[in-house]
Structure formats: structure tokens, C-alpha cells
Design a protein around this ligand. Sequence first.
Ligand SMILES: *Cc1c(COP(=O)(O)O)cnc(C)c1O
Length: 454
Amino acid sequence: MNNRALIERDLAVLWHPCSQMKDYELSGDEALPMIPIKSGSGVWLEDFNGNRYLDAISSWWVNLFGHANPTINQAIKDQLDTLEHVILGGFSHQAAIELAEKLVEITPAGLNKCFYADSGSAAVEIALKMSFHYWRNLGKTEKNRFITLENSYHGETLGALAVGNVALYKSTYAPLLMDVISVPGPDCYFREPGESWRDYSSRRFKAMEEALAEHAESVSAVIVEPLVQCAGNMRMYDPVYLKLLRDACDRYEVHLIADEIAVGFGRTGTLFACEQAGISPDFLCLSKGLTGGYLPLSAVLTTDNVYRAFYDEYRNLNAFLHSHSYTGNALGCRAALATIGIFQQQDVLARNRRLAEVLAGALERFREHPKVGEVRQTGLIAAIELVKDKRTREPYPWQQRRGLRVYRHALAQGVLLRPLGNVIYFMPPYVINEAEIELMVEVAWQGVQLAVQD
Ligand SMILES: *Cc1c(COP(=O)(O)O)cnc(C)c1O
């Protein structure tokens, strides 16, 4: 079996996510090679021709402790021989219970109830529905809108897409989406020269305060991605914004939904990004790293207060009648428990902070590059923004697909980078070592030189 034979079979029947399928058939500058992966080990993936690729983006931000991690593998194998899955309506199982206990224990204070689903988007839908339904159960049926930040991303299903703001994914479907209130965000890319992240993010809160003052009576919740808007080009902001937001949501009686699907589980330097602001949201959405990148599982954590608003006589019809077939899947829960176990057995956060410093050091050289508008980093997420003009930060036209040149070069050098437009970013598994960080950054450097030619 080699790559070529598999690619042919693949393209005959498979429709890939987030892809213009024609790109895979092209040759030349615009071509995207399809790569069938045979196996994975640690940060490395291997294809059917024996080429290896360093997974610098954790396979779409899900992998934490490497591919084929022995600890997680074993936990899933043990669970597999006991119970693979059982309906969670009216039934329960040990892994679902233990994981809910664990999540309540490790997430910010006050989040005492755990509702499971099977993808990040589904978790977002649940948080939106629960928030709306909470107010409805209290008789406040007029609270039926959501506030979202510019440049945010919360998934691809229609509700999640509606509260997101990345035009590339959203604009086509606009006629299908509910109307939301979009507020200018705290993303620090646009701060004045010399202005601190903290000052900029604080001053940007004014727009949120105004939106809440104007609309609070009709607003159910504000939804945000704490600290890093990942799909929105890895744009970052200061924790002070979350503090201000928590306070304002309390004053205006509006829920706060924290979507930590991408940033949860140690990515930003703390176990959850909200910790850096010292806040607890009313709803916390988790997925991606939750199972260490093994299985599709998500969870929404919420408060006793929210839970109680649904707890009633059946005939009053106040229950949350939402379900997904694979809710609380036993294999997924067991993978998640093994993943959280690794955090508790090893000092993962301390190691991540050291790795983040190594990464910051390696990225220093990009700062003075004439085509780099910004190098930014929060924990183990770092991004380089390529620009046509360093002074004005005028972007390269998207049609030039310069990030794609970096992608192609990196693959040829054995590194999987997957730029978002003109933004090259690094979000490696936590088991990466220093030499691998140097390799990943060196290959990105070469790729950038190629990408900015002509
Ligand atoms: C990936 C992502 C989602 C959607 O999760 P899926 O599992 O892809 O549906 C939602 N919010 C954020 C912040 C994400 O990064």
C-alpha cells in the first residue's frame, strides 16, 4: 500500500471537511497534496510512503499528549472490554459519573453540573438553548438574543455558526441564521503602538458595556472564547476583558458562556483560560482536548442555579429535552479520564510554561521580519501574521494564498503547519521537545521566506 493508491481511492468517494475538493486534484502552486496517514506516535505522523510529519497543530487542536499515547490507549482498551456505550437517558455508567465528578472538581468554582454531548458545536448549541430556556422557565421569555464578539468562532452547526463571526464560514449561510448582536472585540492586534494588551482590552470593553446597557432585557447570554480567538486567526486579548465582562453580565442579568473548546486543558498556561481572569462563567463548553484528541466528546458545565430552574414536576414541561445518540459515550469518557489523569500525575502546566518560553525564544527572529505584522503568543499557542506592509499592516490579498505556500513547503520538510489565511500558527501537542520546537519554527521560517517572494 502506498500514498498514491490510497489517494485515488480517497478522492473517488470521500468529501473532506473545510476543503475545496478541486484543490486536491490540481497540480502546481495551488495544489494541496492529500496525505493518507498510516500511523502516529507522539508528535509524529507517518504516511504510507514512510514520510514523517511533525503535527504542529495537534490535528486541529485536539491532541494533547501525542498520538497513540500508551496511557490513553490502555484506558480505552480496558473500557472497550467492559462497556463500549450505553444510552444515557435513564441509564448511567461509571466512566460518565467519574468524568462528571472530575470536571466539576477541576473547572472554575460554581460549575457543579455536567451535560454531555459529542462535538464542540453541539456543546455550544446546548449552552445557547439552556441559557434561553433558563430565562423562559423563569418567565422571562423576552430574553431570546445573544451577544457575540467580532471575529469569534463557535462551530459550524446553524446555532453555533450564528453566534460566530468569521465571514469565510458564515456569510454563505447568513439567510439561515438567527440574528445576533455583534460587538467589536478586545483582540489586541489593533492596539496603538506602545499600548499594552491590558489597556487596549479594557478600553474595548466600552462597546460591550453599551450593547448590554441597550439590549440586556432581550439578551439571554454573551458568548466568548476566553483569551484566544483561535479560528479567527489566533487573535488574542487580555484577561481583564473577561473580568469586566463577568461583572457586567452580573449587573445586567445576562449569562456568560465561555467557549473553552479550543483553549481549555492547559493551552493558555492555566488549566482553563477563565482562571487567568479569576472568573467562573455560567456555562463552560469543553471538547477538543477533553479526550486528549482521541474520541468525539463534549461537555457543558453549568451552575446549580441553572440546573434548579429546570428541576420541576414533569407536567410543568420545564425539562431540558435535548439529547444526542452518543451522549456520554463510555470510551470517550474513559479517554477523557485518562487525559485528566496525566495532568494530575505529571506537572503538565509547569512543563508547558517552559515549552512556551522555548517557543517564544525560537520565534524572536520573526519580529523584525519585514513581512511580519505581529508575533503573538498565549501559552502554547503562537501566531505569526504575514502582512504586505509592516508599517500599515495592510494584509496580503487572500486570493494570493500565501499561507498555502508555507503549508506546502512545511509538508515537504516534514512538518504539518496549517496556516489560517496569512497567519502561521503553532499549537503543538504538549509532548513536543525543544529540538522539535526548533525544527518546527525553522521550517516555518523557510516557508515564510518562500511565501513572501514577489
Ligand atoms: C473547534 C471549535 C468549536 C467547534 O467544535 P467542533 O467539535 O468542531 O464542532 C467551537 N468553538 C471553538 C472555540 C472551537 O475552536
